[in-house]
Design a protein around this ligand. Sequence first.
Ligand code: HEC
Ligand code: HEC
Ligand code: HEC
Ligand code: HEC
Ligand code: HEC
Length: 297
Amino acid sequence: MRLLRLMAVLLFIALPLTAVAAEKAKSIDELAKMYDVSSCKGCHTKIYEEWEKSYHASSLVGSPRTMATIASAVKDGILKEWTKSGAKEVKDIKVEHMLSCLKCHLPQIKDATDAVAQEIAKAAIDGAAGDDAAKAKLKKLGINCLTCHNHKALIHKWTDGEPEAGVIYGNKEGAHADAKFKSLKKSPIMKESILCGQCHGLGPNFDLTEPTQCATLYGSYLHAYVPSGGNKTCQECHMTKGHFMPGYRDPEQAKKAVTVSVDATGYYFLPKPGDSQPTAKVTVKMLNNAGHRIPDG
Ligand code: HEC
Ligand code: HEC
Ligand code: HEC
Ligand code: HEC
Ligand code: HEC
């Protein structure tokens, strides 16, 4: 028994935080500081500015439809319709509840305490009700350089291990000039669609206690685009403008999405003498050029 208990304690201690975190953040500000990327701006200025404008950078606010929908997931879901969630008020909310959305919208939540989950839930509700300070608070957090270049850079942990502290994963190995992230290592997936697939969804999130479904586009990429001969990666289509990674909100990207051709022939048809019917045959062909279903979600 005692051995079992000791093993349980050891297991608990060994529970991995991500490489970025030494101990869990207790507030939004602490979590933002833990994932601070302001040092990257000085040397990677162009990339930083592209990223800053992307939806990744404000993944709790979005258009700001995301903030409003997170607010209703909390109010109408967790606190109301999901009657067995164990949470009746914001103060009962735990990280696990918020994973329904934050699994993809803010994966670094796993380095935070329940207090941060509550702070985010409250800020989303207040922000959706028009409180600009709450919205600004949510904008401190997002999918940033460290999410892709550390946290999500290794998928197969039994093959590649856990992402290491102080390492930036990219396409090469060597020293790195950043004061905190001093080395560069090669990520096997940095150029592969699976990097993006971790959040861009396969279908319902069956791994969650209360499965939700939001983005599902990686599923259609794998099961429709690739089998019909598609051979481009997400990066090849979406990183032509660097780290801005636009969807349909970019007019140029939207123009590429669908090709429409219309072929029309007009003619007369005569059912009986003196009774001619003007008739037209219209053939419309729409071709989806994206590497997946559109729109998604
Ligand atoms: C003092 C300048 C400096 C700072 C600060 C800095 N970098 Fe770098 N970074 C570089 C240089 C220079 C290279 C290219 C190294 C090489 O080619 O050998 C690089 C390379 C990289 C690469 C790899 C590129 C590849 O080809 O695979 C990534 C990713 C990266 N940095 C991300 C970051 C992130 C994220 C931060 C902030 C946490 C950051 N950098 C901070 C200078 C900097
Ligand atoms: C499987 C990962 C995943 C989960 C879980 C998830 N989302 Fe998303 N969500 C995304 C991705 C990726 C996008 C953007 C791409 C897209 O629309 O295909 C997105 C887009 C959105 C958008 C549209 C953004 C806009 O402003 O137009 C809203 C709203 C949204 N999510 C809300 C939520 C809420 C609320 C939850 C929890 C109930 C949630 N999501 C759970 C991955 C996820
Ligand atoms: C959504 C994921 C994602 C985020 C967020 C992200 N990156 Fe990247 N980054 C990539 C991918 C993927 C590549 C590799 C593209 C390729 O090689 O085709 C890359 C390449 C790079 C490179 C090397 C190639 C180049 O364009 O010079 C640098 C440097 C870099 N990123 C820095 C950053 C910095 C700094 C930030 C934050 C401001 C950041 N990245 C945020 C996914 C991301
Ligand atoms: C850590 C999770 C995560 C990763 C990894 C990730 N994304 Fe995203 N992405 C999101 C979420 C969440 C949003 C939506 C944010 C919002 O609007 O609320 C999004 C938004 C986008 C959008 C904008 C959608 C729109 O409606 O305009 C594009 C395009 C996109 N991602 C492409 C990529 C590509 C390409 C990669 C890989 C290089 C990638 N993403 C990696 C989570 C992720
Ligand atoms: C062959 C090129 C191509 C490939 C490959 C591709 N996309 Fe797209 N994607 C597009 C185009 C074009 C659009 C714009 C569609 C529109 O205007 O609605 C788009 C739209 C999107 C959107 C916005 C969807 C929406 O409903 O708003 C997201 C998110 C996205 N792509 C992510 C990805 C990810 C992640 C991958 C890899 C799994 C990927 N794309 C692969 C071309 C591509």
